[in-house]
Design a protein around this ligand. Structure first.
Ligand code: ITT
Length: 193
């Protein structure tokens, strides 16, 4: 059995990836491991933040682990909120305020293309590997649906008519940024461990 610590305090992320786990891999959350503190995300990019979070946990535990950093990149906003997605509206992480600010900034704009981008950083012995997952889509005019988390109510993935928050976790997992990055991680483990 391969044991991996997932360096996140976000239970939604944990649930999404638990549902995708192949046999033989066991995910341990930071809370289960007893790491309760918030890891500072001081990087200028998703890549840097994923590395910071992963390195923090690897240095503390010496156990194989990975972290994900995700950003919503909106074309009409020159890629914002991007790496600042969690604290877009204010210093506290608040999904409703972030969504309100995003819809306000896009008011009157017809060009609403966006993408979610996830970087997963893995630390496995001395191997540091990054995996990227992207899903393209559009920003809605108002929040739609109640499942998921974060910006899910305002993001409709390309080729679909419902927002991520109108899908259940299994359906979101068939196309999401995080699922795509995680598939690459699992593939790497299959080939290298
Ligand atoms: P950890 O750092 O503890 O993993 P976090 O919630 O801070 O948790 P991120 O920094 O990766 O996670 O998230 C940046 C923002 O993007 C934050 O507002 C999330 O709610 C949002 N977000 C991340 N993944 C998302 C997803 O799959 N759907 C919708 N919003 C998402």
């Amino acid at each position: 059995m391969t044991e991996l610590i997932f360096a996140t305090h976000n239970l939604h992320k944990l649930q999404e990836l638990q549902a995708l786990l192949p046999a033989g891999i066991n995910l341990i959350s930071l809370d289960e491991y007893g790491i309760m503190q918030e890891i500072p995300e001081t990087g200028a990019t998703l890549e840097e933040n994923a590395l910071i979070k992963c390195q923090f946990v690897y240095n503390k535990t010496g156990q194989p682990c990975f972290a994900d950093d995700t950003g919503l990149e909106v074309e009409a906003l020159d890629g914002r909120p991007g790496v600042h997605s969690a604290r877009y509206a204010s210093l506290r992480k608040n999904d409703n305020e972030n969504i309100e600010k995003l819809l306000y900034e896009l008011e009157g704009k017809t060009h609403r293309k966006a993408r979610f981008r996830t970087i997963i950083q893995l630390a496995w012995d001395d191997d540091y590997m990054q995996f990227e997952g992207i899903v393209n889509g559009t920003i809605t005019l108002e929040p739609l649906g109640f499942s998921g988390f974060g910006y899910d109510p305002v993001f409709i993935p390309e080729g679909h008519e419902r927002s991520f928050a109108e899908m259940d976790l299994e359906e979101k997992n068939t196309m999401s940024h995080r699922a795509r990055a995680f598939e690459k991680l699992v593939e790497w483990l299959r080939e290298n461990v």
